[in-house]
Design a protein. Structure first.
Lengths: 790, 225
């Protein structure tokens, strides 16, 4: 029996090759999309879930409740040590100070300098106990001794080539560190970001700033990572309570602003407040988009099945007369859909294998996506095939159930209204495509806006060059050298540019007020050249003087207003103590954004902190850029022999802030393209069937004098009407949805009417091109042939 | 074999009720060859559909071999149909995707005959219908006469007691039409009861008896000699 089903299904699919191809292609594209989205979503969900006790491991984080709540993923080592020592619920734990940048000296015969950016961590062997690492050589226990290092394989190879790294030395700030172990490279699906692990005991030597580190409860920084493994997950609440209680004596009155919490290791990747990079809501949106695209393809399939119902009803009627039961007939339909979907699934897998490396290269270059389990992927594909078949079987089952043999044999089944259901499906399909088109246009515009808008500063032609721990003398020599370069318009030694992802800040005391203000200000740290280099506009007072004997500050207008309301220009000349330093406000600058445009302007102080000014910003005039950069490099290597020259345009740095948005833009763009292609395939199939069924009508109309264009338009108009209706529904839906999305951004575009005019035109154009060709082909046919064929 | 009494069938649309069969009485004995004639819309096809258990009546009684079948449910009707009744249509109703052999085999599959027996019986009947040489062709590759011979082969392969033919020569030229009528006559002579709807007086002459319908009533019964 099965053989018969297969044979008949195969022949019937072959006989309608054109429609079969449309179905297979549509389903393959949709399934390919779903599989890709599955790969992406399952990859994101796999982050750091594979560690031994991932389910019971937590990161200590805190909320700081000032005017506005601040979230910090960091914690003090003192708290970590106390928790390990005093809480019986804590069975294991690890601590590191990560994201450190140093110049590393290494090599077998010849010593070389390597600039390591934010991939160095100080920790001990516990780290490798809490997190799964494969030890390839040596013993990580060595990391508990002074002046030792553990390297990932990639890093070991970079320093020592093929020579065994264990037992070799690397140097940081002239301190030699013995490599005690090599571990496998970190997997793709982890948020751990270190390649070089130095023994914790060495931290104080490398950076004296950390000397009282282990006993200071207040030393909370986002680079300090404390992880606790609990006896069981239910202990979380108790441990959180205990942490807050233990902290009390050390924070005094200040404890009321803090709330210490435990963030599950498996949630770390998704909690944007604590440095997570992927919103779970994005994953949900992607799953919904995947379902919608799949729905589009299934609609195509069902529409074509319905449209061919007339032709098939005679066959089904005959089979019923000959004794076939409804169940057997349904099996026939199901066999056809199983063959169609299986072929489509195979094509989809091929598609995914081809496309994944390409999108990894262009879309996910910063964080390539990997298949987390091929078995799971195979299982997902099978499930997809099963679900599609069940959904696609519902219609034939319903149809066969209310099937009337006598009508079928009279070929009257066409009269079982072809209309409403199919029209609704076409409208739905177009609605999906149009929502995605409008979404794409709006997201592209918003991302462009984010990337290219400077609030109150000017990023163009500013280059960032890290100078590490350059001394004052070395900085003077650099400045002197640069003074002779005609194409450099200004220079500044600084910590953070406007629009970055990390800032410092503190609460402050103003003028002669007794109380400190209850809101914190952000710091833009740089020397007197900062304002000119980043194009800050001074709107009251003057810029800071590099030779001033007292400490001078600039504040932004927002801060001036917060301090003195409408008399804001009067802040000039007043005393200010932001955190530790005391000084005088000498000028007010126009508001500029220190964060990304996701957040509003905040009160900001521009101030000097020589110890932190580890970068040099150079503003070029745009002429002879390459030559200038070469000259800069020469000057840099002469002046700073222990550093490695590298540079990056601020522009790129800012674009990096919007990586998540860029990714969303690409994903929705891809989804929209898919939805358009699939719904176009569906329209193509439908219009060709319609014209086939109306061959006689077309013939009669032509005989009666209708012109080609009249008939072509008549046939197209039916479909264009449906596209139009979809647009009417799409406009309010999309306007509401996209406005919700835009609310995520402090600065965003307005949705203009023309976005929808464009969407509508695009949708109409695509429908017309698809439908028009078939319609006019039918209209041009010789009526004699069409009438005879009936 | 068949006895219908006061059979009624109405077609309803929103505004009108059309009477297709109006208290029709008819008896057909085993081994008869009956032609049903009448103008378009007189209820011929409706009668045939009810006789073939494709449709159910709105009133009256239908005894098939002594059993009341007028109110059989779909499953029972299908069962009775596939074991007792063969159908021949004006437009052949062969399935395009199946070969000649497979089209004829279909009723046997649905009645659960095993594959070896099926092969034997299909070959037998194809040989008898002189279409064996075309066994692997598809319907579109055959002439109209050949297609109708395949359709008849399919109707008889299950050895039904009754064949219902709805204008079996309507789509054929006269020589092919005559061949089909000869085939039906042969089957009748071998004991199969045949009821045929036709417009053609010529074809009707092959039957034993002509039932003329007018507006759902039996008008005349001519006995042919």
């Amino acid at each position: 029996m099965l053989q018969t089903y297969l044979k008949v299904a195969w022949r019937s699919l072959k006989a309608r090759l054109f429609y079969t191809s449309l179905n297979v292609l549509g389903l393959a594209l949709a399934m390919g999309c779903c599989i890709l989205l599955y790969v992406y979503v399952s990859y994101q969900l796999s982050f750091d879930t594979y560690h031994r006790h991932a389910a019971t491991t937590y990161r200590i984080v805190n909320e700081l409740h000032l005017d506005k709540t601040e979230y910090d993923k960091g914690s003090s080592m003192a708290m970590y040590l106390a928790a390990r020592r005093e809480l019986p619920q804590v069975v294991n734990g690890a601590y590191s100070t990560s994201r450190q940048s140093y110049i590393v000296t290494a090599g077998t015969t010849e010593k070389k300098l390597f600039r390591e950016e934010k991939n160095i961590a100080f920790t001990n062997s516990k780290w490798f106990d809490v997190f799964n690492y494969q030890v390839l050589a040596g013993n990580v226990q060595g990391l508990n001794e002074l002046n030792t290092a553990v390297l990932t394989q990639k890093q070991a190879q970079k320093y020592f080539g093929n020579t065994a790294a264990v037992g070799q030395y690397i140097q940081i700030k002239s301190i030699p560190m013995r490599v005690v172990a090599v571990v496998a490279d970190r997997p793709y699906n982890t948020d751990q970001n270190s390649d070089i692990y130095l023994s914790f005991a060495t931290l104080k030597q490398v950076d004296p700033y950390y000397k009282d580190f282990t006993s200071q409860w207040g030393y909370i920084s986002s680079v300090n990572n404390s992880y606790l493994t609990l006896r069981k997950a239910e202990d979380k609440a108790v441990v959180e309570k205990m942490l807050n209680r233990m902290a009390k004596p050390y924070f005094g009155d200040g404890i009321k602003y803090y709330k210490f919490e435990l963030l599950p290791l498996t949630e770390q990747h998704f909690d944007l407040r604590y440095g997570g990079t992927t919103q779970k809501s994005l994953l949900t949106v992607l799953v919904i988009i995947g379902c919608l695209i799949l729905a589009t393809a299934i609609i195509n399939y069902i529409n074509l099945v319905v449209a061919q119902q007339a032709r098939r009803s005679a066959e089904i009627g005959t089979r019923k007369v000959l004794g076939a039961t409804a169940g057997r007939l349904l099996m026939q339909f199901v066999t056809e859909s199983v063959i169609t979907t299986t072929v489509a699934a195979m094509l989809a897998m091929g598609l995914v294998a081809t496309v994944l490396p390409v999108i990894n290269r262009y879309w996910f270059s910063a964080q390539p996506v990997h298949v987390s389990s091929w078995w799971a992927l195979g299982g997902f594909t099978l499930l997809l095939v099963a679900v599609i078949n069940v959904v696609m079987g519902i219609y034939p089952a319903w149809w066969l159930n209310r099937f009337n043999i006598t009508n079928a044999l009279k070929k009257q089944a066409t009269l079982v209204q072809t209309g409403l259901g199919r029209k609704a499906l076409v409208i739905l399909q177009n609605l999906i495509a149009q929502l995605l088109i409008a979404g794409t246009v709006i997201i592209v515009m918003q991302v462009q806006f984010l990337k290219n808008t400077d609030k109150g500063f000017d990023r163009s032609m500013v280059v960032n060059i890290p100078v590490g721990a350059a001394t004052d003398l070395q900085k003077q020599r650099l400045l002197k050298g640069i003074a002779h370069m005609p194409d450099v318009s200004s220079v500044s030694f600084y910590l953070n540019s406007p629009a970055t992802d990390s800032q410092r800040g503190a609460t402050l005391q103003f003028d002669n007020r007794a109380k400190w203000e209850n809101w914190p200000a952000r710091f833009a740290i740089g020397d007197a050249g900062y304002a000119k280099t980043f194009g800050l506009q001074i709107i009251a007072g003057r810029n800071r003087d590099s030779h001033a004997t007292t400490t001078e500050f600039l504040v932004n207008q927002k801060m001036a207003r917060m301090l003195m309301g409408n008399n804001w220009p009067d802040v000039v000349g007043k005393k200010l103590q932001p955190g530790d330093p005391k000084g005088i406000i000498v000028g007010v600058v126009k508001d500029f954004n220190v964060h990304s445009l996701l957040e509003p302007i905040e009160p900001t102080v521009v101030l000097e902190d020589k110890g932190l000014q580890t970068n040099m910003a150079v503003k070029l005039n745009g002429q002879h850029t390459d030559a200038t950069l070469k000259t800069l490099q020469r000057l840099y290597t002469e002046t700073l022999p222990d550093e490695v020259f590298s540079y990056r345009f601020i522009d790129e740095q800012i674009a990096n802030l919007y990586r998540a948005e860029t990714l969303q833009q690409n994903l929705i763009w891809g989804a929209a393209a898919m939805a358009i292609v699939i719904s176009a395939l569906g329209l193509l199939g439908l219009v060709s069937l319609m014209t086939l069924q109306r061959t006689k009508e077309i013939g009669v109309r032509k005989v009666l004098g209708a012109g080609v264009s009249q008939i072509g338009l008549m046939l197209s108009a039916d479909f264009l009407k449906l596209v139009g209706i979809a647009l009417i529904v799409a406009i309010p839906g999309s306007w509401w949805l996209m406005n919700q999305w835009l609310q995520n951004y402090a600065y965003h575009i307005q949705i203009h009417w023309w976005v929808y005019a464009l969407t509508g035109m695009l949708a109409m154009l695509i429908a017309f091109v698809t439908v028009g060709f078939q319609s006019f082909k039918a209209a041009m046919a010789n009526p004699v042939n069409s009438l005879r064929s009936e | 074999m068949i006895k219908i009494t006061n059979l009624e069938k109405f077609y309803r649309t929103e505004e009108v009720e059309t009477v297709a069969l109006n208290k029709l009485n008819l008896e057909i004995n085993t081994g008869e060859f009956v032609a049903i004639m009448g103008p378009s819309g007189c209820g011929k096809s409706t009668l045939l559909n009810i006789l073939g258990l494709l449709d159910d009546p709105d009133g009256g009684s239908y005894l098939f071999n002594g059993t009341e079948v007028a109110h059989f449910n779909e499953r029972k009707r299908a069962d009775l149909r596939k074991h007792n009744i063969g159908f021949v249509f004006q437009s052949f109703n062969l399935i395009d995707e199946l070969t000649v052999f497979e089209n004829v085999e279909l009723p046997l599959i649905y009645t659960g005959v095993n594959s070896a027996d099926r092969k034997q019986r299909v070959e037998e009947v194809l040989t008898k219908m002189q279409i064996m040489h075309r066994r692997n062709h598809y319907p579109q590759q055959l002439s109209g006469g050949q297609q109708q011979r395949v359709a008849i082969a399919r109707a008889v392969v299950n050895k039904p007691k009754l064949i219902l033919a709805d204008e079996p020569t309507g789509n054929l030229d006269s020589s092919n039409g005559n061949e089909v009528m000869e085939l039906l006559t042969d089957l009748n002579e071998q004991g199969t009861t045949i009821i045929m709807v036709t417009h053609s007086e010529h074809d009707a002459r092959y039957s034993h008896r002509i039932v003329r319908l007018l507006d759902g009533h039996t008008v005349v019964e001519n006995i042919m000699m």
